[in-house]
Design a protein around this ligand. Structure first.
Ligand SMILES: [Zn+2]
Length: 236
C-alpha cells in the first residue's frame, strides 16, 4: 500500500522535519500541500533536501493551493515549474471552481507521467457548471486524461454513504489515483485520525481491495498521524 504524510501549516514543524518524520516512519511517499504558500517560498536548503530525497527514492505528490481555478492565471506557472522539476506521483486540485480550460492548461503544461487528480470538496458543487462531483468527473473523465483524488472525510460531510459513493466512482470508470484519509463526526470537516470519528473506513478498505486500484493514501492531518498510519498498515 502506498501511504504518504502531508505537510501541515498548523504543526509548527519545518518542511524538512516533516519529511524526516515521514522517513522515520518508513514512508516512501510525501505530499506537499501548498496551503497558502508557493514553490517560490521554498528555501534553497529545502529545495536541495527535496532533490536529495528524490534521488534516494522518495516519491512526492503535490496538493495545489485552494484558490480560484475558473480562469488560467499567471500564478500557476511557478507550480507547473516545480511539478516538472520533481515529477510527482500526482497533482491534486479542488473541483469546486475548476474550469475545463484550466484542466486543459494543466494537462498541456505538466509532464504526462503525472496523474492530474481532481478532488471532491465541501459543499459538493462546481460553481461554474452547477454540477456535483460525480457528474463533473464523469464529464471530464470522458474528455481528458484525469484522475480522482477521493477525500473520504469530505464525502461523508456531504452526507453520502461512503461505500455507495466509492462504488459509484468505480462504476463510472473514474480512476482514483489518490485517497485523502482523515476522520470526522459526519458533520464537520475535522481532519482527525482514523478511529477518532465515525467514518467506516474498514468497510471502505474492504471494498478497495476488491478493485484493481493501486492508489496513494495520503494521511491528511498531522495530529496523531501515526494512528492513521497504523490503521492503514493493518489493512495490508
Ligand atoms: Zn482532501
Amino acid at each position: 500500500m502506498k501511504i504518504a504524510f502531508q505537510t501541515s501549516k498548523y504543526n509548527n514543524t519545518s518542511l524538512i522535519e516533516e519529511i524526516k518524520t515521514a522517513k522515520k516512519n518508513r514512508l516512501d511517499y510525501f505530499d506537499i500541500f501548498f496551503d497558502t504558500w508557493s514553490p517560490e517560498d521554498l528555501t534553497d536548503c529545502e529545495k536541495k533536501y527535496i532533490t536529495t530525497c528524490k534521488k534516494e527514492g522518495m516519491i512526492f505528490s503535490i496538493h495545489l493551493p485552494i484558490i480560484d481555478y475558473s480562469k488560467v492565471d499567471e500564478n500557476f506557472k511557478s507550480y507547473i515549474e516545480f511539478i516538472n522539476e520533481i515529477i510527482p506521483y500526482s497533482v491534486t486540485i479542488h473541483f469546486n471552481t475548476l474550469s475545463y480550460s484550466t484542466i486543459e492548461y494543466f494537462l498541456a503544461s505538466i509532464n504526462s507521467k503525472v496523474f492530474f487528480s481532481i478532488e471532491n470538496t465541501i459543499p459538493d458543487k462546481n460553481f461554474l457548471y452547477e454540477s456535483d462531483y460525480l457528474t463533473f468527473m464523469k464529464e471530464v473523465s470522458s474528455k481528458y486524461n484525469v484522475y480522482s483524488t477521493f477525500d473520504i472525510g469530505h464525502c461523508v460531510v456531504n452526507k453520502y454513504d461512503l461505500i455507495q459513493y466509492f462504488n459509484s466512482i468505480i462504476d463510472s470508470d473514474i480512476r482514483i489515483s489518490t485517497f485523502h484519509i482523515h476522520d470526522n463526526d459526519g458533520i464537520q470537516d475535522m481532519h482527525k485520525a482514523l478511529g477518532e470519528g465515525t467514518i467506516s473506513y474498514k468497510k471502505l478498505f474492504n471494498e478497495y481491495k476488491k478493485t484493481n486500484l493501486d492508489s496513494l493514501f495520503i494521511i491528511e492531518h498531522w495530529t496523531n498521524n501515526c494512528m492513521s498510519l497504523q490503521a492503514l498498515r493493518n489493512e495490508k
